[in-house]
Design a protein around this ligand. Structure first.
Ligand SMILES: Cc1ncc(COP(=O)(O)O)c(C=O)c1O
Length: 393
């Protein structure tokens, strides 16, 4: 080969050799070839697993997909560029061969509401919102609407309501609708929606799955009936996770079990402490024995693992008081995310539920005095100490 050609070919494309790297190296290649064209043909035809083109597959995201499929007890997964692209894929796959109608839990992440109203609505996919914790009303909405898909969250954002997913799955089955569950807050370590009858599960991998505030990603997992459609849409439209984000998410997930245990235990302590604070009106936390959905929570969740998320209402507070409280926080980070090693505070009215009108937020019970906390793995005393000093008059 001439030097110009060597520059392109020498030193690269070596077989890994007789060794196995302990973690998957980052594969930045945009495409892959095989020694036999027959094999490439089989891989491109999806008769044999393997990477061929980065929009279809890469070894980093394939490893992550295998892991999440196993954790959720699904048939297959696709790692996505964000949690919202996983939600989008789930909704498209849900209504693909069904009526273009969706029944959505009224308490849900604001961007999911916006997607349904502002993007899918104008495309002809109609949405009806209904309270997933009022089973009779929800069933009635499904009967009247005859939707192709139903979407809900395991733990709702930001009020921590928990719908009876097993019962909703029966309602969905009777109606012939796909049940899509956003399992971001709960994680498959707490609840596995597919085992409770859901068809499609979506995650924001930006949160506890990667866990260190350095990834934007998502994963969609499904049963066998929906997987081919999901994979085909993902391959065609390309909202897939990059190899680097796949690498970071895999790395993060290795400590997810330990992190979740610690976060859940810390969250129980923080929620109990907040409940006794004179400036706090009400604490929303699934581990609270007096929670409105306690019976469902006891049935669906493992004991003492109620998630890392809680929200509380400030007594006689509003936007100004919440801003002041957040500005006084010294250790807790005031950022728009959740599920990381560090404790975070988020004000739903200006962040996760900003796209909703004040009236819509009021109807959902998201007051201007509501603050959401994602509890991290720091010492519980330090989290409580920071809240205590920030809440001091
Ligand atoms: C419950 C829930 N689902 C989905 C998303 C979207 O995830 P991403 O920001 O990774 O797109 C979020 C983001 O906060 C979320 O809280």
């Amino acid at each position: 080969m001439k030097r110009e050609s060597k520059l392109i070919h020498t030193g690269d494309r070596k077989k890994p050799g007789p060794f196995i790297p302990v973690t998957t190296p980052i594969y930045t290649a945009a495409s892959y070839f095989y020694e036999s064209m027959d094999q490439l043909d089989r891989v491109l035809g999806r008769e044999e697993p393997g990477p061929s083109y980065a929009r279809y597959d890469n070894p980093n995201t394939s490893g992550l997909e295998e892991l999440v499929t196993e954790l959720e007890g699904g048939y297959g997964s696709v790692a996505c560029s964000s949690g919202m692209s996983a939600v989008y894929l789930g909704l498209l796959a849900g209504v693909m061969d069904r009526p273009r109608r969706v029944v959505c839990a009224s308490a849900i992440y604001g961007a999911t509401t916006s997607m349904l109203m502002n993007i899918l609505g104008p495309l002809g996919i109609e949405t009806t919102f209904s309270d997933v914790c009022d089973l009779a009303a929800f069933e009635q909405a499904v009967k009247e609407t005859k939707p192709g898909a139903i979407i809900m969250e395991t733990i709702s954002n930001p009020l921590m309501r928990v719908g009876a997913m097993d019962k909703i799955a029966e309602i969905a089955k009777r109606a012939g609708a796909a049940l899509i569950v956003d399992n971001t807050f709960a994680t498959p370590l707490l609840v596995r929606p597919l085992e409770l009858g859901a068809n499609i599960v979506v995650h924001s991998a930006t949160k506890d799955r990667s866990g260190h505030g350095d990834v934007l990603g998502g994963v969609i997992v499904s049963d066998e009936a929906h997987f081919n459609t999901i994979k085909t849409i993902a391959r065609t439209m390309g909202p897939v996770m990059s190899p680097f984000e796949g690498y970071l998410t895999m790395r993060g997930m290795k400590t997810m079990g330990l992190r979740i245990e610690r976060q859940c235990s810390n969250a129980c302590k923080v929620a109990s402490w907040l409940a006794t604070h004179p400036r706090v009106d009400r604490v929303h936390f699934p581990g609270n024995p007096a929670h409105r959905d306690a019976a469902t929570i006891q049935r669906l969740f493992p004991k003492n693992l109620y998630g890392a998320m809680l929200a509380f209402e400030l007594k006689d507070g509003g936007r100004a008081e919440i801003f002041r409280l957040m500005e006084r926080m010294k250790m807790i980070v005031c950022v728009t995310s959740l599920g990381d090693v560090h404790t975070m505070a988020l004000y739903p009215a200006i962040a996760s539920h900003r796209d909703l009108s004040p009236k819509q937020r009021q109807r959902l019970g998201i007051g201007d005095n509501l603050l959401r906390i994602s509890v991290g793995i720091e010492a519980a005393e330090d989290i409580i100490g920071d809240l205590d000093q920030a809440l001091a008059d």
